[in-house]
Design a protein around this ligand. Structure first.
Ligand SMILES: *Cc1c(COP(=O)(O)O)cnc(C)c1O
Length: 427
């Protein structure tokens, strides 16, 4: 495959946009080489600026769960556009999508819409702090909750320690209020709660992690968190920006049968337009301005085009619950094919999968950030570029989950498995 135009466009972009991209993972730094510029996409396929056709396994990092340019969403957006694109005044469609979302998601009464997953998580934490009157939060190493200051904290030498910022610009003052625990390790959480008695407002977690590859919570882990939160008057925040409306209508809460206090959304809920949201029971949501004292706002929040896209997406998922099973079946089929190809090789590997999230790690047993970081990145790079060469677009980082979309056919999956078999042989 040739990427002449992509390469030229990247060179031009780099002159005016830092690193040539508006979000770092797009730059291919983790896998080397240059990013591919997309011209258009339809269903499961991407078409790049050089005329290459690729089978897509990132689905815009999740939102395009029904495939690209899904016709009902496209139509809804075009129709709304004719009526004006933003008013800064309430519109009926905001209530329609809120009502539908609240009916699909367990344990929530009200929802507020924002413009990104970052905003949703940032606002959820402020709300939790305001509601509980406590400052600190616990997050898990390797979990991503957007790029707001409180979340850009990584482990120092040991995972269980006071956070230190992993981006310049995050102050020590902010970092000291974010405590880091290990995913799938309840003891690490207990130790933090012990050492910070009555200071912790919330525990925020990806109930199924997708930002260190796909990592599945061990049996009893989320249940244990729920109990710790109840015992210590801590709010449990499920960051369902990836899992919401993907793992089931009611997201991970429904699939895993665990109750969170606040839930955040992004990605699928916007149907490909910039939307985030956070939701909780009345008692908590009524703490928000203008009803309550916790301030949160947005000029373009609840934007009619974004709401039209999101509403159409949610309606489709609501009316066709079989989509979730269909997606999970396709992912299981892909898993089997990849497993067979890897088994026949001499490579050490793990495949993690739940629903339509899956990742391949070139190491054994991956259940937290440390074990994910042991993955052999030079194999991953070769695997990624080998697959790309075969016309398969995987996430350009070993630390990202793949996201299947329901436009993928079994023929596409077979092509993917054949390509993987060939590429794995060459590693
Ligand atoms: C993508 C993501 C976010 C951030 O959402 P943005 O829309 O990129 O700001 C937050 N949490 C999780 C789990 C995510 O995957």
């Amino acid at each position: 495959m040739e990427y002449k135009r992509s390469s030229a466009l990247f060179a031009e972009a780099k002159k005016y946009i830092p690193g040539g991209v508006n979000s770092p993972v797009r730059a291919f730094n983790a896998v080397g080489g240059e990013p591919i510029f997309v011209k258009q996409a339809k269903g499961a396929y991407l078409y790049d600026e050089d005329g290459n056709k690729l089978i897509d396994y990132i689905a815009s990092w999740g939102p395009m769960i029904l495939g690209h340019a899904f016709q009902p969403v496209v139509n809804a957006v075009i129709e709304k556009t004719q009526l004006g694109t933003s008013f800064g005044m309430p519109t009926q469609i905001e209530t329609e999508i809120a009502k539908l979302a609240v009916s699909m998601v367990p344990n929530v009464d009200k929802i507020r819409f924002v413009n990104s997953g970052t905003e949703a998580c940032m606002s959820a934490v402020r709300l939790a702090r305001g509601f509980t009157g406590k400052d600190k939060i616990i997050k898990f190493a390797g979990c991503y909750h957007g790029h707001s200051d409180s979340f850009l904290i990584q482990a120092g030498s040991g995972a269980v320690t006071f956070g230190s910022p992993n981006s310049p610009g995050v102050t020590q003052g902010t970092a000291k209020d974010t405590l880091l625990a290990r995913y799938n390790d309840l003891e690490s959480v207990k130790a933090l709660i012990e050492a910070n008695k009555n200071e912790i407002s919330a525990i925020i977690i990806e109930p199924v992690a997708g930002n260190m590859g796909c990592i599945i919570p061990k049996k009893g882990f989320l249940e244990g968190l729920r109990k710790l939160c109840d015992d210590h008057k801590i709010l449990l925040i499920f960051d369902e920006v990836m899992t919401g409306f993907r793992l089931a209508q009611g997201g991970a809460q429904e699939l895993l049968n665990i109750k969170a206090d606040i839930v955040t959304f992004g990605k699928v809920i916007g149907g490909g337009l910039p939307v985030g949201a956070f939701a909780a029971r009345n008692e908590i949501m009524d703490y928000l301005a203008p009803l309550g004292p916790v301030y949160q706002a947005g000029t373009l929040s609840g934007n009619p085009l974004a709401m039209a896209a999101g509403l159409t997406m949610l309606k489709t998922l609501f009316e066709h619950e079989d989509i979730f099973k269909s997606l999970a079946d396709k992912t299981a089929y892909l898993h089997q094919g990849l497993e067979k190809a890897l088994e026949e090789s001499e490579l050490t590997y793990t495949i993690n999968r739940l629903g339509s999230m899956i990742s391949v790690h070139f190491t054994e047993e991956v259940y937290d950030f440390e074990t994910a970081a042991k993955g052999n990145n030079s194999y991953f790079k070769k695997f990624f570029h080998g697959m790309l060469n075969e016309g398969i677009y995987l996430p350009p980082s070993a630390f990202e989950s793949w996201f299947l979309n329901n436009a993928l056919t079994y023929e596409d999956l077979d092509k993917t498995i054949d390509a993987a078999t060939k590429v794995i042989k060459s590693l």
